[in-house]
Design a protein around this ligand. Structure first.
Ligand SMILES: [Cu+2]
Length: 131
């Protein structure tokens, strides 16, 4: 699953190489949840959209190599959930499976490698789980 994900990302990267000639800085990217609120539970799919703030275009060639899910926004930074990446089905949208075992706010911290960026790009997103 992860190997497929990386291969797809590499393919996407080679296709969009020409389009990324105008280099952006690491701060020029926006991470946002596709759905900001969902029901609590195990094996919940959460999808994050990554866009280039300068062009407004989705970033389809990113390799999200680290994702952390915890409840830091509700004072439970030690409450960490496992994350399993899922294949991307839409350009610039990176889904993964995780557990949101209690109602409240979860912080998702993502580290990404983006074609043409020397630096790792990181983003923090907050989603809310309800009962
Ligand atoms: Cu909690």
């Amino acid at each position: 699953m992860i190997a497929n994900f990386v291969r797809a990302a590499a393919l996407a990267a080679s296709i969009s190489l020409a389009a990324s000639a105008a280099m952006a800085a690491a701060g020029d990217y926006a991470f946002e949840p596709v759905t900001a609120e969902m029901k609590k539970g195990d094996d919940v799919t959460v999808a994050i959209r990554l866009t280039n703030k300068t062009t407004g275009q989705p970033v389809s060639d990113a390799v999200i190599f680290k994702t952390r899910v915890d409840m830091a926004p509700d004072g439970m930074a030690e409450m960490v959930s496992a994350v399993e990446p899922l294949p991307s089905k839409e350009p610039g949208v990176y889904p993964f499976k995780t557990d949101l075992p209690m109602a409240g706010r979860y912080q998702i911290t993502l580290s990404a490698k983006i074609q043409g960026e020397a630096e790792t790009v990181t983003g923090k997103v907050i989603v809310k789980a309800s009962k």
